[in-house]
Design a protein around this ligand. Structure first.
Ligand SMILES: [Zn+2]
Length: 338
C-alpha cells in the first residue's frame, strides 16, 4: 500500500497511482483527524470522494503517530491523551474514538488502536502494552460491531515487543476475538534487521491462513520478499515515496542515487524494461538534471517509478505464488541484487 498520509500519496494523482497498479492505499488517521479534520471529510461522505480515489483505503488507528510524533501526555486504560504536533491542542484518543474516526473517513480497512513500544523495551513493559492492546482490541471490536455502517473490515494488531512468547500470546488473544485480518505491529521500530525477521517468523505462521496478514511499516524490497516467504500478504511503507523525493531510486539490481555524477550523460531509463511512465519517456540524465535543479517534476517522476517498482514486485510475487514457483522467484530476485 502506497502511503497517502494526508489524503494524498505525495506528488501523485489518483490516476498515476492506478496506472502504477495500486489496488489500495493507506491514510493516516492521526494526520487526517487533525488536518483537515473529520468535519471537512464527512462533508464529502469520506476520504474516497474528498481525494477522488475509488479503490479501497486502509486507515491506521492513529496510535503509531501518537507514540512517535505527538507529545504523548498520558496513557491510561481509557485511551491515549496527546498534544497535536501542529498547534499543541490536547486530544484523547480512545479505542472507540479511533474506530469512529476511521468510519467517518470512510475507511475500507479499519485498524484497532494498539500500544506500540519503542525499541528496546523491557519485557515487563512489553507484557503490559500487549495486555492493554488486547483489551483495546476487544473494545474496538465491540464498538465496531454495534455500528450500522458495515462493509468495512476490522483488523487486529499483534504486539509483544521482541519476545517470542509474548508475540504468541498476543496472536492467541487476538484470534480469540476474531478479526477480518491481522497485522504484525511493533516491527521496524529501530531493532536490528535479523531480529525483525525473527519476530515476523515467530508471528506470521501462527496467524490464521485464511485471513490477510499485514506487516506494518515495512520495508525494503529484500524485506518484502523475505516476509512474503514467511506468509505476509500486505505491507505499507513510506520508503518508495520518501526515498523518491530524496533521489533514491529502486531497480532490480539495487538502488541508485540519481544525483550521482555517473548519470550526467546517461541516456538510459532508470531500469530498462520498466513499464512505468517515467522509464518509458525519460533518461537518467534528464531525471538527474531535474533533481539537482530541485524541479517539482523530479519528485513526481521519481515517485512514479518507485511506487511502480514496489507494486510490480508484489505483483510478480503474487504471480509466482499462483504458479507455484515462488522459491525460484526468490532465488532469482536475490541473485540479481547481489
Ligand atoms: Zn520505471
Amino acid at each position: 500500500m502506497p502511503v497517502g498520509t494526508l489524503g494524498t500519496v505525495k506528488s501523485l494523482s489518483p490516476e498515476e497511482l492506478m496506472e502504477a497498479g495500486a489496488q489500495i492505499i493507506l491514510g493516516n488517521t492521526y494526520h487526517l483527524y487533525l488536518r483537515p479534520g473529520c468535519e471537512v471529510i464527512e462533508q464529502f461522505s469520506g476520504l474516497h470522494r474528498f481525494m477522488n480515489w475509488s479503490r479501497p483505503i486502509l486507515t491506521d488507528s492513529g496510535g503509531f503517530q501518537i507514540f512517535s510524533l505527538a507529545r504523548l501526555s498520558k496513557i491510561s486504560e481509557n485511551g491515549a491523551t496527546f498534544q497535536s504536533h501542529i498547534d499543541g491542542s490536547t486530544h484523547l484518543l480512545t479505542p472507540e474514538k479511533s474506530v469512529q474516526i476511521q468510519i467517518s473517513l470512510g475507511s475500507d480497512i479499519i485498524m484497532c488502536l494498539d500500544q506500540c513500544l519503542p525499541y528496546p523495551a523491557e519485557k515487563q513493559s512489553a507484557r503490559e502494552a500487549l495486555a492493554l492492546t488486547t483489551r483495546w482490541a476487544r473494545r474496538c471490536k465491540d464498538f465496531w460491531s454495534c455500528q450500522t455502517r458495515k462493509g468495512n473490515l476490522l483488523f487486529g494488531i499483534v504486539q509483544g515487543g521482541m519476545f517470542s512468547d509474548l508475540r504468541s500470546e498476543s496472536v492467541e488473544d487476538l484470534v480469540a476475538i476474531d478479526f477480518d485480518g491481522y497485522a504484525v505491529g511493533g516491527l521496524s521500530v529501530g531493532e536490528p534487521k535479523d531480529l525483525m525477521l525473527e519476530m515476523a517468523a515467530v508471528t506470521l505462521p501462527q496467524l490464521p491462513a485464511d485471513k490477510p496478514r499485514y506487516v506494518m511499516g515495512v520495508g525494503t524490497p529484500e524485506d518484502l520478499v523475505n516476509l512474503v516467504a514467511l506468509g505476509a500478504d500486505m505491507f505499507d511503507c513510506v520508503l518508495p515515496t520518501r526515498n523518491a523525493r530524496n533521489g533514491q531510486l529502486f531497480t532490480s539490481s539495487g538502488t541508485i542515487n540519481i544525483s550521482n555524477a555517473c548519470f550526467k550523460l546517461d541516456s538510459e531509463p532508470i531500469e530498462t524494461g520498466c513499464s512505468c511512465y517515467t522509464c518509458r519517456h525519460y533518461s537518467k540524465a534528464y531525471l538527474r538534471h531535474l533533481y539537482l535543479a530541485k524541479e517539482l517534476l523530479a519528485y513526481r517522476f521519481n515517485t512514479i517509478h518507485n511506487v511502480h517498482f514496489f507494486l510490480d514486485l508484489m505483483r510478480r510475487m503474487r504471480m509466482s505464488i499462483c504458479n507455484g514457483n515462488f522459491e525460484s522467484f526468490k532465488k532469482d530476485f536475490f541473485n540479481k541484487r547481489a
